[in-house]
Design a protein around this ligand. Structure first.
Ligand SMILES: Nc1ncnc2c1ncn2[C@@H]1O[C@H](COP(=O)(O)OP(=O)(O)OP(=O)(O)O)[C@@H](O)[C@H]1O
Ligand SMILES: [Mg+2]
Length: 285
């Protein structure tokens, strides 16, 4: 069922190349604010990469550029070798603020996105099955007929996640998708994201402020330096085997070491501006 529904149309690779991107904005009063310095990196098909960095360093700006929602001043983004110049259904996005249509039910919100996204190869019945499949994956099947106003924040977030997964994009771009949640719901949804990402052959790029979330989910973590002109100041490979179990991970000395290293990099990130790739361990790929 899942293979038929979810993977049959995925024929294109989800590799991303970010090549020499810079981005700045004109501020009120005319001053130019250089948000991103030169950023280059590649993300392999099926890899889970997390971007972490100080607030205002340009993480969301970078994600929007990858999504084709912002144009870089210089450089480019390539999806499977093709330049990204506009939003595309191959690049799914989940924002911190889940944007659900309030007059539609949870299921209708997912279906609406499927219809709007031109998944025309699917029949209405298949789209319905797909929506139900993903609502079930985020444990919302029972709430499928409720409208956003009748759902908790965490449930709304899960509808947003189900919707993004249902779109069958090659790449999922997640901008602090769990940021606005209470600790317990976040914990629960992190676990679901681990499960979903490990059972999907898509590429994931996540922005988060949580070091533990980054370590739990990622194959690789990129640490952005503080702006202006933020760069990737460090790259960490996260070597833990999959499937991952949070409790086992958190008890391992290597986890504590990576955690300390990442926190240290984030703290130092406010001072360091130069590019300094320092892989400290081998990834699983
Ligand atoms: N459309 C825009 N116009 C002008 N300035 C912008 C625009 N978008 C972002 N910026 C500026 O770019 C900088 C980086 O913003 P961005 O939202 O990318 O940061 P962030 O790293 O995602 O921060 P946070 O962790 O708080 O979400 C900020 O100074 C912001 O004011
Ligand atoms: Mg942001």
């Amino acid at each position: 069922m899942r293979n038929q529904l979810v993977s049959s149309s995925k024929t294109q690779a989800g590799s991303i190349e970010i090549a020499n991107i810079t981005k700045g904005f004109q501020r009120r009063g005319g001053a130019f604010h250089q948000v991103l310095g030169e950023i280059s990196c590649t993300v392999a098909d099926g890899e889970f990469v997390t971007i972490i960095g100080p607030s205002g360093s340009g993480k969301s700006t970078l994600l929007k550029i990858i999504a084709g929602l912002e144009t870089p001043d210089q450089g480019g983004v390539y999806l499977a070798g093709q330049p990204v110049t506009a939003p595309s259904r191959r690049l799914g996005v989940v924002f911190q603020q889940h944007v659900l249509l309030p007059w539609l039910t949870a299921k209708q919100n997912v279906l609406f996105a499927l219809e709007a996204n031109g998944t025309s190869a699917r029949t209405a019945e298949e789209r319905n099955e797909l929506a139900e499949y993903w609502l079930e994956q985020v444990q919302l099947l029972d709430a499928q007929d409720l409208k956003p106003g009748q759902l908790s924040g965490g449930m709304q977030q899960r509808v947003g996640i189900a919707r993004a997964f249902a779109l069958e994009s090659d790449v999922l771009l997640l901008d602090e998708p769990l940021g606005a949640l209470d600790a317990l719901t976040r914990h629960d949804l992190q676990q679901q994201l681990v499960y979903l990402s490990e059972h999907e052959s898509r590429t994931f790029i996540l922005v988060t402020h949580s070091v533990d979330e980054a370590l739990l989910l990622s194959d690789r973590v990129l640490v952005l330096s503080a702006g202006p002109a933020a760069v990737i100041q460090q790259e960490l490979h996260i070597p833990f085997a999959r499937p991952r179990d949070r409790q086992t991970l958190e008890q391992s000395p290597e986890y504590l070491e990576l955690r300390r290293h990442l926190l240290d990099a984030l703290t130092r990130g406010t001072q360091e501006q130069k590019m300094g790739m320092q892989p400290i361990a081998d990834g699983r790929k």
